[in-house]
Design a protein around this ligand. Structure first.
Ligand SMILES: [Zn+2]
Length: 166
């Protein structure tokens, strides 16, 4: 399956497109056109027609989400309870901007456990950017690890400990 897809990608469209050269993701309504994915608003007037003729396709971001594959992991550690909402809001903002810029760039998972937040992203760059923006807002140290050749980014950030004497 993978080989066939890769071979096709070099020559022509990676996804089965309809007569007019469009496809729609059945998961998120992203529109595939000219070898890239777009927000459906751009094609709002065409979308029903596209859906009818192009059949069911799934975009790479939905595919990753479905298979629980992350290209970026972010772990935020030791967040004080009173800061949790603020941190969540920032993550949400970053996530909304990311998908607006690139429909395939998404936060697919966000989980809080005992004051730590675990985040999964479809693009490694989004994980890196999330780490940077968290650090900018709350200080502390960000540690980014690239694991081998697979391009997976693991970003760790710890809420800065209060200075002594305060
Ligand atoms: Zn999708």
């Amino acid at each position: 399956m993978k080989n066939i897809r890769n071979k096709q990608a070099q020559e022509k469209d990676e996804f089965p497109v309809g007569k007019k050269g469009f496809a729609v993701c059945s998961g998120c309504d992203a529109v595939y056109h000219k070898k890239s994915w777009h927000h459906e608003e751009k094609f709002a007037d065409k979308i029903e027609g596209i859906r009818k003729e192009a059949g069911s396709v799934i975009c790479p971001a939905c595919e990753r989400e479905k298979n629980d594959l992350c290209e970026g992991f972010v772990v935020l550690i030791d967040i004080p309870e009173e800061k949790m909402q603020e941190v969540f809001n920032l993550i949400q903002n970053v996530g909304e901007k990311a998908i607006k810029n690139d429909i395939l760039s998404r936060i697919t998972k966000m989980e809080e456990r005992d004051g730590d937040i675990y985040i999964c992203t479809t693009e490694n760059q989004l994980a890196v950017s999330l780490g940077k923006q968290i650090q900018k807002a709350f200080k502390g140290e960000v540690d980014t690890n690239w694991s081998g050749r697979d391009g997976i980014a693991r970003v760790t950030w710890r809420y800065p400990a209060p200075k002594h004497g305060k």
